[in-house]
Write a protein of this length. Structure first.
Length: 72
């Protein structure tokens, strides 16, 4: 099972992977370069902001850890 898609891109004209993840309900972290808006399952960060990316991943990691048990 996939718990999170991290897609930190500088240029993305056809974000098919992101759209597929959204359609399957998988949380996504991406950048403003994708042209996708933030929503319940999509977190959009500023392109090139590595500190914001790190903080966002760590936040999602805590949520994922509490959602899944080892061995599932």
């Amino acid at each position: 099972m996939i718990g999170l898609i991290i897609y930190p891109t500088y240029i993305e004209y056809q974000p098919r992977l992101i759209l597929k993840a959204i359609s399957k309900g998988i949380p996504v972290i991406t950048t403003t370069a994708c042209g996708i808006s933030s929503s319940e399952k999509v977190t959009v960060i500023n392109t090139g902001n590595y500190e914001q990316l790190k903080a966002t991943v760590l936040t999602h990691r805590k949520v994922i850890k509490s959602s899944f048990k080892i061995g599932q």
